[in-house]
Design a protein around this ligand. Structure first.
Ligand code: BES
Ligand code: MN
Ligand code: ZN
Length: 495
């Protein structure tokens, strides 16, 4: 999809469709008033007749107009009179793009960046148009020989006046980078486990290293992990025939000696549970257990594309978790890279095993902060559903930064407590700790486990089990939390 900024006056604009907005009370946005005048009052007549309610997220496509340079008008309901909430704005944009897509419009011009939104500038509004549109125009085509609804939309032009060009152009660059990141994360995640293996993820990352100057990629093999003593990570991959990889992506956009931000993503390319086998129903969705890793690769691509003046390290432990004669067994005791021993009470709690050694490995970068993202617990869905990602961490300032970034990005997180009292649940009679904490507070005890390997740095953990993909007829990856992470990095680059 191509996105551009244009400041051509509407009366001269050649377009298949111009997207304008209307409030619930019948008030039109400035561009809608201009178009109304150019069309002998078509829009105002429709609005007074009551055909367009202006309700947030409702649309009306006017697909015939007497001779103009533009052939259609899409009227989008914004909701109650300005200033609009960021959430209603995104809903209106989603409705607009849905109609454009269904009507198979090739090129559309969007004027909705002129809508007033509290505390949001043209940069943000331009970016949101691109992010919301691109999200809806994503199609997974890799494995289909026959594509039923081939996408006809090719181009979106964002209308911005001369005096907002600078802001809109910045928004365009950020929006393109974030949207491309989200699309990469979705594609990797939607690919099945037989195609998106640890090796494939490593190759995808290596490609990025070739493409971007300041980005380099190293892949640690199982022999390297052995030499480092990563007993927890290696125990998970023992049951799999695909070799595990620890992907290291290094982006050097900042001053040489500036401490890096480390992002760690769980890259389980398929999680069958191991000997503690999962039930069959819906097990296909465990191909999505690598979404954390995909989002780290995607965020580093976006950072490189935006040329952020930061140093960022991405670490992705990638493996499968399968039952096998050589797999972990309940009761097995492992020695992690940190030296701490772990009793594996459930082989399905494998994410924390591959993450704990990666957290220990992160220490070598003397990180400024470490953020891990993982589809870690089914309990996260019970606690929070599919709306926010869960956030836990040992540093209030870092957690608050992530909450703020999530709010701006429209990619929310909700913090859960990581209190001392919960740590007790991980006690083991035979090792330093167990890998599960019983049936209560599963998301918290999983984070407690990780916290024991993150004692020496500022650390936050995002459990994305409920947000990384959609289930049901609309099944598909979401690319979350790439927008949140990009916003966090943009904020860090400014401050
Ligand atoms: N990848 C799963 C978590 C998961 C399950 C995410 C369902 C999204 C939907 C993880 O490896 C896992 O299996 N966790 C177990 C932990 C339990 C054994 C303590 C779980 O949540 O059941
Ligand atoms: Mn599991
Ligand atoms: Zn898992």
């Amino acid at each position: 999809m191509d996105y551009f900024i244009d400041s051509t006056p509407l009366e001269k604009l050649q377009s298949d469709c111009i997207i304008v907005g209307c409030y619930e009370n019948g008030q039109l946005i400035p561009s809608a008033i201009t178009l109304d005048a150019l069309t002998q009052g078509v829009i105002s007549k429709i609005v007074t007749r009551g055909d367009s309610t202006g309700k947030n997220g409702k649309t009306l496509l006017i697909n015939w107009l007497p001779d103009n340079t533009f052939s259609r008008i899409l009227l989008v309901g914004l909701g109650p009179q300005e200033p609009l909430s960021a959430k209603n704005y995104r809903t209106a944009l989603a409705a607009a793009v849905k109609t454009i897509k269904e009507a198979q419009i090739k090129s559309a011009a969007c004027t909705l960046a002129e809508v007033d939104i509290e505390d949001r500038d043209w940069c943000w509004k331009t970016r949101q148009i691109i992010e919301v549109f691109d999200d809806a125009l994503y199609q997974f085509k890799q494995c289909k020989t026959l594509i039923e609804n081939e996408l006809k939309t090719e181009q979106i032009i964002i209308i911005a006046p001369e005096n907002q060009q600078a802001q809109a152009q910045t928004g365009l660059l950020q929006g393109r980078a974030i949207a491309e990141g989200v699309a990469l994360a979705k594609t990797l995640a939607d690919l099945p486990g037989n195609l998106c293996t640890p090796t494939f993820m490593a190759e995808t990352a290596t490609e990025l290293g070739r493409k971007y100057d300041r980005l380099s990629v190293d892949v640690l093999e199982e022999a390297d992990m052995q030499a480092l003593g990563m007993g927890a990570l290696l125990s998970v991959t023992r049951g799999s025939r695909q070799p595990a990889k620890l992907i290291v992506i290094n982006y050097q956009g900042g001053e040489k000696n500036r401490k890096p931000i480390v992002l760690i993503g769980k890259g389980l390319t398929f999680d069958a549970g191991g000997i503690s086998l999962k039930p069959g129903l819906g097990m296909d969705e465990m191909k999505y257990d690598m979404c954390g890793g995909a989002c780290v690769i995607a965020t580093l691509q976006a950072a490189a594309q935006m040329q952020l003046p930061l140093n960022i390290v991405g670490l992705i432990p990638a493996s499968e978790n399968l039952p096998d004669g050589n797999a972990n067994k309940p009761g097995d005791i492992l020695t992690s890279m940190s030296g701490k021993t772990i009793e594996v009470l459930n082989t399905d709690a494998e994410g924390r095993l591959i993450l704990c050694d990666t957290l220990t490995y992160a220490q070598k970068y003397q990180p400024e902060v470490v953020i891990d993202l993982a589809t870690l617990t089914g309990a996260c869905l019970v606690a929070l559903g599919r709306v926010p990602s869960a956030l836990l961490g040992n540093d209030d300032a870092l957690c608050n930064d992530l909450i703020a970034a999530g709010n701006i990005a429209g990619d929310s997180v909700w913090r859960l407590p990581l209190w001392e009292e919960y740590q007790e649940l991980l006690k083991s009679n035979f090792a330093d700790m167990a890998n599960i904490g019983g049936k209560d507070a599963g998301t918290i005890t999983a984070a407690c486990f990780l916290s024991k390997f993150a004692e020496d740095f500022r650390w936050a953990h995002l459990d994305i089990a409920g947000t990384a993909w959609r289930t049901g007829t609309d099944k598909g990856a979401t690319g979350r939390p790439v927008p949140l992470l990009c916003q966090y990095l943009l904020n860090r680059a400014q401050g």
